[in-house]
Design a protein around this ligand. Structure first.
Ligand SMILES: Cc1cc2nc3c(=O)[nH]c(=O)nc-3n(C[C@H](O)[C@H](O)[C@H](O)COP(=O)(O)OP(=O)(O)OC[C@H]3O[C@@H](n4cnc5c(N)ncnc54)[C@H](O)[C@@H]3O)c2cc1C
Length: 435
């Protein structure tokens, strides 16, 4: 296979996929190389854009749900956050994120992943832990469960017999206790049985539902669905969520949604699979392999060395995008030292380059909290070119996007996939010379 491309994108999570999809608009020959699925496929499947940085702990429903206002506030307060870095480069991250969202919305709709309409406000969606979270853009099957819209409506959390990952009774009680007094719910629970599901994970429950169970489940629900909203576990179709939805609707179950997911996550997998379909549809070559090193001279990146099906291969390109994720996907490593393994770019926590530093210095005593270690990553200029140790541009034809960037905790800050979409979109534009 010809390994010469105009643009090579390393990584196919949300950031790499958006970058490639945007760059393809320019008519250039694009390849994505990836060693597997990363954190996009493990996410809840809903796209967090910006939680309220001023949110008061213990009063979550008082938070600002206007995500563009939150983006501006994050950019103003947090100089290392990617939103602030782009703002310093002359971009308006709130407006550009809206543009990037419309772009990915159309791409995903075009390959059969229905999304809930983007509005200016975060949705409030139930998770399997008995809580909820604010999220900017959700799959249609999730967004219909926006608690704001369901205020005062009888809402039934549906448990599935032999599915321990979704304790419906506990979730309903926790929601009544935490937000019932503010007019949300009331929440109750009900257990249903999926024919052919004898126990296992959400993936096995979804497979049983898809293979033969949807009509039978719908008939079980006929008695309880009238006048109520039903929240399913996150099992409404591993790939073809719209088919499950349609069958439920045709069988008379009209008002329902599915909960957010924790790993392993069917909606996350569904999102990544839809990105793959979008890349294929737009003619982007997807290569399964691992980039191991690169040739850089005179501040230009000339080629990559990759391991593809056990063979070492050289990949040449004019421009390159690095979107390899953080710890979970291998974009940033911490194995005795902090390291970015492909280009050996310096890793930063805030202003500080870190390498052999003691990891405990970057962890809080409490397990849950804003651990600085999770904000580690590479630094970029306002155009998303990675910086070297002297804070100069490492290679003028390399851009970076997504959770590999320093300055935010992609898993915990409430802006994980939002940053990936915005920076992927910008990196795709910059690398393709588009506008
Ligand atoms: C458990 C979990 C739950 C989360 N839930 C949410 C959520 O509900 N909402 C939300 O908005 N955000 C969530 N996040 C954060 C969000 O998933 C990430 O911010 C986002 O997916 C990052 O996308 P990415 O494209 O930068 O990286 P990834 O999706 O991690 O993709 C990285 C890609 O790079 C590839 N790669 C890495 N190294 C190499 C190499 N050397 N050669 C070739 N390929 C390589 C990987 O194989 C992968 O394809 C969650 C994160 C985690 C871990």
């Amino acid at each position: 296979m010809d390994k010469k491309f105009d643009i090579v994108v390393i990584g196919s999570g949300m950031a790499g996929a958006v970058a490639a999809l945007k760059a393809v608009d320019s008519g250039k020959k694009i390849a994505v190389i990836r060693k597997g699925y990363g954190s996009t496929a493990l996410s809840s499947g809903a796209i967090d854009l910006a939680a309220d940085p001023l949110g008061v702990s213990g009063q979550p429903l008082e938070d600002s749900r206007e995500w563009q206002k939150n983006v501006r506030e994050i950019a103003r307060r947090d100089e290392f956050h990617p939103y602030a870095v782009l703002a310093a480069g002359g971009y308006a991250p709130d407006l550009e994120l809206a543009q990037a969202l419309n772009f990915i919305y159309r791409e995903l709709q075009g390959v059969g992943l229905p999304l809930f309409p983007v509005t200016g406000r975060n949705l409030t969606l139930v998770n399997p832990l008995g809580g909820f979270k604010f999220t900017g853009l959700a799959q249609e099957s999730q967004g219909k469960g926006d608690l704001e819209k369901l205020k005062g409506k009888k809402t039934v959390i549906l448990g599935v017999k032999n599915l321990p990952d979704f304790p419906a009774d506990y979730i309903a009680r926790a929601l009544n206790d935490s937000i019932g007094s503010q007019g949300y719910g009331p929440f109750s629970s009900q257990e249903i049985e999926i024919p052919g599901f004898g126990g296992g994970t959400t993936f096995e429950a979804a497979a049983a539902l898809e293979s033969e169970g949807v009509e039978k489940v719908a008939s079980l629900l006929a008695g309880i669905s009238a006048g109520r909203h039903l929240i399913f576990p996150p099992i409404l179709g591993a790939l073809r969520s719209w088919e499950v939805t349609e069958t439920l609707q045709k069988s008379g179950v009209l008002d329902f949604s599915e909960s957010l997911a924790v790993p392993t996550s069917i909606p996350g997998y569904r999102l990544q699979a839809a990105l793959d379909r979008a890349l294929e549809k737009r003619g982007v070559s997807i290569l399964n392999g691992r980039v191991i090193s690169a040739t850089v001279a005179d501040h230009r990146l000339h080629s990559l060395e990759a391991e593809i099906q056990g063979q070492k291969e050289k990949m040449e390109g004019q421009n390159f995008i690095l979107a390899t994720g953080k710890y979970l996907s291998g974009g940033i490593e911490r194995d005795r030292v902090f390291r970015e393994p492909v280009f050996d770019l310096p890793v930063f926590i805030g202003e500080k380059p870190v390498k052999e530093d003691f990891i405990k210095d970057f962890l809080l005593r409490e397990a849950l909290g804003p651990h600085p270690a999770f904000r580690a990553g590479i630094r970029v200029n306002g155009k998303l070119n990675p910086l070297n140790r002297s804070k100069q541009v490492f290679a003028e034809n390399l851009w970076a996007a997504g959770s590999i960037l320093a300055g935010y905790d992609s898993t915990g800050d409430g802006a994980g996939l939002g940053v990936a979409i915005l920076t992927g979109f910008k990196a795709g534009l910059e690398a393709s010379g588009g506008s």
